[in-house]
Design a binder for this molecule. Structure first.
Ligand code: NAD
Length: 421
């Protein structure tokens, strides 16, 4: 393998393209189709004027990228951050195409973002910026065209503002135009837990495939936000022993196991994991290489790189975060026989329940949480089995099997539809 700098190794567009190219080669994809799928369909750049609380006018730059709408409307989150770039949004849009295809839900891939530090804005300024952004990108988004969802630094409130803005323009309520909404405005039961639940479904399926029992499995979880804390809670309920969890400032470790119920209560009370009784403190990099059987990176991207992959003790990795592992680290895990369930499968529980939210909004008929969870389990279990079958038939690792599965579905749809001249 050629040597690359860490900067190249962690570039999301490079990582996405490397995996797509590999899958396309495995599928002997026609050269023309290869080019079509490699690049996004549409990229919109908008400059959003916002009247700030101090009376001055500020202009923010935002993006919406649709990578593919061959299998259905675009689907993907909107993130706010000072370091958002078009390159990143482009990579994440393609990632969504593959994620929706691997679990076989009828969506294409899209993503959006605004270059802004939301912590520097008042609630009023945030709302104005969001509503103006929604208006600017309304030429692309809508329930049958492209459906946004929350992502980094956006939430149910952001989605409610976007839905309301689009509805005001239409003159009627359009709840199916965004997902991840609060329950009061057409959100779905089970959406908040969906990604962690999906991680757990995949982890349990992987343990079963490897002939291991949950009660013999020690788990470390990086990130104790939505995905990490729910994965830790549900893995504990499935019988695993969670030995370590962490947040951005560091984590806690007890080789005999942490009670996640107590950790959640402690964190809710103290607003930190630090000082949790009976546990020793560890750094969040240290957490990745702690003695355990299952590692769930559920924080941010590029955590497992060529610099630390050889030190990871876990023999099973289930990716809760998007892009936590670089292609170089993948190669090391492959060589070491580590079984890795990739992000596009393992964290697809969120987009799957977003799909359920969209379906429920379109038919104005809402399901119980039990029904949502059952349907989620059916979709993810089927997708896991399909990827495993592709892995074994084609002698690939799980990531490449998932990409082969996804690229083949999107290529099939694109080919069947044909090229409009
Ligand atoms: P969140 O903001 O709720 O939680 C993120 C957590 O990561 C926090 O506990 C934070 O302290 C921690 N963290 C940040 N930097 C860290 C570091 N360097 N080391 C250790 N911990 C660190 O976010 P979330 O919704 O849980 O998302 C986590 C990841 O999962 C992201 O990569 C996101 O893109 C991905 N994801 C989320 C969803 C979803 O439905 N929420 C769906 C698919 C993928």
């Amino acid at each position: 393998m050629k040597t690359v700098s860490l900067e190249q190794e962690i570039n999301p567009w490079e990582a996405q393209s490397a995996r797509f190219d590999f899958a396309a080669r495995k599928l002997n994809l026609d050269e023309g189709l290869w080019k079509v799928l490699r690049y996004p369909n549409r990229e919109l750049i908008v400059h959003i004027p916002v009247s700030m609380d101090n009376g001055k006018l500020e202009v923010f730059t935002g993006f919406r990228v649709q990578h593919s709408i061959a299998r259905g409307p675009g689907k993907g989150g909107i993130r706010y951050g000072p370091d958002v770039t078009l390159d990143e949004v482009r990579a994440l849009a393609a990632w969504m195409t593959w994620k929706c295809a691997v679990v076989n839900i009828p969506f294409g891939g899209a993503k959006g973002g605004i270059i802004v530090n939301p912590r520097e804005l008042s609630l009023n300024e945030l709302e104005h910026m969001t509503r103006r952004f929604a208006t600017e990108i309304s030429i692309l988004i809508g329930s049958d065209r492209d459906i946004p969802a929350p992502d980094v630094n956006t939430d149910g409130q952001t989605m409610a503002w976007i839905m309301d803005t689009l509805s005001m323009h239409l003159g009627y309520s359009a709840p199916a135009s965004v997902t991840g909404k609060p329950l009061e405005v057409g959100g779905s039961a089970g959406r908040i837990e969906a990604t962690g639940r999906g991680v757990t479904i995949c982890a349990v399926a992987a343990l079963e495939h490897l002939g291991r029992a949950p009660h013999q499995t020690k788990v470390a979880v990086q990130g104790f936000g939505n995905v990490g804390s729910i994965s830790a809670k549900l893995l504990e309920e499935a019988g695993c022993t969670v030995v370590a969890v962490s947040e951005d400032y560091g984590g806690i470790y007890n080789p005999l196991g942490l009670s996640i119920k107590k950790v959640l209560e402690y964190r809710a009370r103290e607003k930190t994991l630090k000082g949790f009784p009976g546990a020793q403190e560890i750094g969040n990099q240290e957490l990745l290489t702690v003695e355990c059987d299952l590692l769930v990176p559920a924080a941010i991207g590029n955590q497992l790189t060529s610099r630390n992959a050889r030190d990871v003790k876990a023999t099973l990795i289930v990716e809760g975060a998007n892009g936590p592992t670089t292609p170089e680290a993948d190669a090391i895990f492959r060589e070491r026989g580590v079984f890795l369930v990739p992000d596009i499968l393992a964290n697809a529980g969120g987009v799957t329940v977003s799909y359920f939210e969209w379906v429920q909004d379109l038919q104005s008929f809402f399901w119980s949480e039990h029904e949502v969870n059952q349907k989620l389990k059916a979709i993810l279990s089927r997708a896991f089995s399909e990827v495993l079958k592709t892995k074994e038939e084609r002698k690939l690792d799980m990531r490449m099997a998932a990409y082969v599965q996804a690229v083949s579905r999107v290529a099939g749809a694109t080919r069947e539809r044909g090229l409009y001249p």
